[in-house]
Write a protein of this length. Structure first.
Length: 338
């Protein structure tokens, strides 16, 4: 951990070890950090005029403390997060107060779907996992990480969260090009070989999306499906979060099978709520929700996997017909010939 002792070092050595150190001062409107390499950091801070400090709203001492905090946070971002091998869900109770009497674990690389009628409590389960509940939510469920109770920092930290959540609505509000957004996100995480990673994310996103987009496309012009595809690819390759929660993907215009397999092959733990039977059977297991509680955990059987192939064939034919209609063709080809 970086301490205040570092303030005694000269700017030249600090900049060599922490290349982003100058960004702290330039972001605050304080220029010239890299021009004073012979000074110590403390000397540089002490020379900042009081008038400028008033604009920033900090004293010399506070600015020094914020600088050390900034360096520690940036270093934390550089550290590779320890992979989570499994999460364990310990049941609480349903809306009727009945005990769930279920405890089960989900391992990395597994895809778990959450099934139940609308309003049954699927999103509530995802919310319990997202906050790593410890009996302090309405359901009284508890979530363990690798068999242990998560720390307060793991539960509530803003940076390097253990869990990434993809909601149903993924529309962007920032006016950036796709390429700029990916580079900005990668730079914020200090990713090595950034250009290679950006290309990988971009290609994967277009592979998932129903309609291709370019690197120059503004984020605000992406469709809902394109936005979701971009964020799934970004989460797979760039996010440090080992656990991914998805709240319905069926109507997003995304290749669902490829999306799930992409996340699984990157050794993410994936949980997804869905109403789609195809998606439900793509999972290794499915959690059945009823009256706000977990009713059962079912492993996908060999017969169900065979039924999945038939459902996927039907889905492929439906998609082909839809493409024909969208392109102005007549849907007069026999369905059996598609």
């Amino acid at each position: 951990m970086i301490t205040n002792e570092l303030l005694k070092d000269d700017i030249a050595s600090i900049s060599s070890t922490y290349p982003y150190a100058g960004d702290f001062f330039s972001a605050s409107g304080i220029e010239g950090f890299l021009d004073r390499t012979q000074l110590t950091v403390r000397q540089y801070i002490e020379e900042i005029p009081e008038s400028l400090l008033e604009d920033i709203g900090a004293s010399h001492t506070q600015l020094a403390e914020h600088f050390i905090l900034f360096l520690n946070r940036m270093e934390a971002l550089k550290q590779k997060k320890k992979s989570v091998e499994k999460i364990t869900i310990i049941g609480g109770h349903n809306k009727l107060g009945e005990q769930e009497n279920l405890t089960f674990s989900i391992e990395k690389g597994e895809i778990i779907t959450v099934m139940g009628p609308t309003g049954s409590g699927k999103s509530c389960l995802l919310a319990d996992i997202e906050c790593l509940a410890q009996g302090d939510t309405q359901t009284k469920r508890k979530i363990l990480i690798d068999g242990r109770v998560p720390s307060e920092r793991e539960r509530f930290q803003i940076e390097n969260k253990l869990i990434a959540q993809l909601s149903q609505n993924m529309n962007f509000v920032m006016d950036l090009r796709v390429f700029d957004f990916l580079r900005l996100h990668g730079e914020s995480r200090m990713i090595e070989d950034l250009d290679k990673v950006v290309e990988k994310i971009f290609d994967a996103a277009n592979d998932l999306a129903g309609e291709r987009f370019s690197k120059e496309t503004p984020l605000t012009e992406l469709s809902g499906g394109q936005s979701r595809a971009l964020m799934i690819a970004d989460t797979a390759f760039l996010s440090a979060s080992p656990i991914v929660l998805i709240d319905e993907i069926e109507n997003a215009g995304v290749d669902r099978k490829k999306a799930l397999h992409l996340l699984a092959q990157e050794q993410k733990i994936v949980l997804m709520s869905t109403h789609d039977p195809i998606l439900a059977l793509m999972g290794d297991k499915r959690i059945i929700i009823e009256n706000g509680g977990m009713k059962a955990v079912l492993e996908t059987s060999a017969m169900e996997k065979q039924n999945l192939k038939d459902l996927e064939d039907m889905d492929r034919k439906t998609t082909k017909l839809l493409q024909m209609l969208r392109s102005g063709e007549r849907a007069e080809t026999s369905v059996s010939m598609l």
